[in-house]
Design a protein around this ligand. Structure first.
Ligand code: TXA
Ligand code: MG
Length: 352
């Protein structure tokens, strides 16, 4: 299939942009697929209420079909059709955090096909704040199922060029809305259990959720490699973002970390391997590896979040064989950064 690529400026949705979004909405209504920007990462959209569309999403992504999709909506009214008994907590959270980078899990109604929820009786729902996404959802009839718009196993796309890299020829349209603002996927909270539980950390932190709901727990598998315990979000069990080369996270005092990484990359290079390092502004100039990437300043975790997936993709493009990354503090959004890094590294961490 030929993939159409259309550029839209989120801050200037004029008549021309609206015409493109109407066309994209029609593609979705007719069972086709459209990749589009959200504030977190790009999504690979299909009609959430059409089982055939969900099957196409799994096929286009090369994703196991037991891994449920997130349903994207544009207003609270839309929840009534797809949720069985909307919990109070959903209204409380939506009041403050929607539209935005938070996904809530609730009990699904019969309107949502099992193809969309990976066979589960619950449904994950998010109301994105990106204006292109919101208009596209309206044009598509209200419900877009969208996983991140990458081939399964690759980092989520933070720019349209990465969607094109992964999905050209596999979807009807890719909407290029520029670089995303956040760069990591939404926080997921399960509202179907007694104490709401975070299944995936993201830009919305545990503290922000607790300030609204009171007690919030966190799925213990998120930051540890405790084997044998299954994560509650089916998707979290897969080794996501697996770079082509081997990534190791190095934890410790800054001087010890840079010294250890330089020693390691020196050895690997001597063996003819190409080495990469994920550094910070503070340490960037200290590394001697072939490819050194700066994720951002240690005091600006949002910048690090925005850059992480792009850096992992660039290492692949540059055919790096082994990579080392500094560890990051697990406060606030740092928890989401470390969760994604740990997954990319297959939980390989060295303490120095
Ligand atoms: O920021 C985001 O959430 C992006 C953008 C496009 O909105 N989407 C995204 O989707 O990250 P995806 O498919 O890559 O990740 C969805 C995660 C998976 O880990 C999946 O297992 C989990 O959500 N999930 C979906 N429905 C669920 C449910 N009913 N119960 C538990 N986990 C669920
Ligand atoms: Mg994903």
């Amino acid at each position: 299939m030929e993939t159409i690529v259309e550029i839209i400026d989120e801050n200037n949705i004029d008549d021309k942009a609206l015409a493109v979004l109407k066309k994209a909405g029609d593609i979705l209504k007719n069972g086709g697929l459209v990749a589009f920007p959200t504030e977190t990462v790009y999504g690979l959209g299909g009609d959430a209420l059409n089982p055939e569309s969900s099957k196409k999403i799994y096929a286009a992504k090369g994703r196991p079909s037991d891994n449920p999709l997130i349903v994207h909506v544009a207003d609270m009214e839309s929840l009534k059709k797809i949720v069985d008994n909307i919990p109070d907590a959903a209204y409380k959270l939506a009041d403050v955090l929607w539209p935005g980078p938070l996904t809530m899990i609730m009990n699904k109604s019969d309107a949502v096909p099992y193809e969309t929820t990976g066979g589960l009786n619950t449904v994950a729902i998010r109301m994105p704040s990106n204006k292109i996404a919101a208009e596209l959802i309206r044009q598509a009839g209200g419900y877009i199922a969208a996983p991140s718009a990458n081939i399964s196993g690759r980092p989520s796309p933070t720019e349209a060029k990465y969607c094109i890299e992964d999905l050209d020829g596999r979807v009807e349209m890719i909407i290029d809305g520029g670089s995303v603002g956040i760069g990591l996927e939404s926080t997921i909270i399960d509202l179907t259990v007694d104490t709401p539980m975070i299944l995936r950390p993201g830009y919305v932190t545990q503290k922000m959720l607790e300030d609204i709901l009171g007690g919030v727990s966190i799925d213990k598998t998120i930051l540890s490699a405790t084997s044998g315990v299954k994560p509650k979000a089916p998707g979290m069990k897969y080794r996501h973002y697996a770079p082509k080369g081997e990534l190791t996270i190095v934890e410790g005092k800054p001087e010890a970390v840079t010294a250890f990484i330089n020693e390691q990359t020196g050895q690997h290079s001597a063996n003819g391997e190409k080495c990469g390092v994920i550094a910070t502004t503070e340490t960037f100039s200290l590394y001697k590896a072939d490819v050194v990437k700066c994720a951002g300043g240690r005091d600006d975790e949002e910048e690090i979040a925005r850059n992480l997936f792009r850096i992992l993709r660039e290492f692949d493009d540059e055919n790096v064989d082994c990579m080392f990354s500094e560890a990051f503090d697990e406060n606030g959004i740092g928890q989401a950064i470390m969760n994604r890094l740990l997954k990319a590294a297959g939980h390989r961490v060295i303490k120095v």
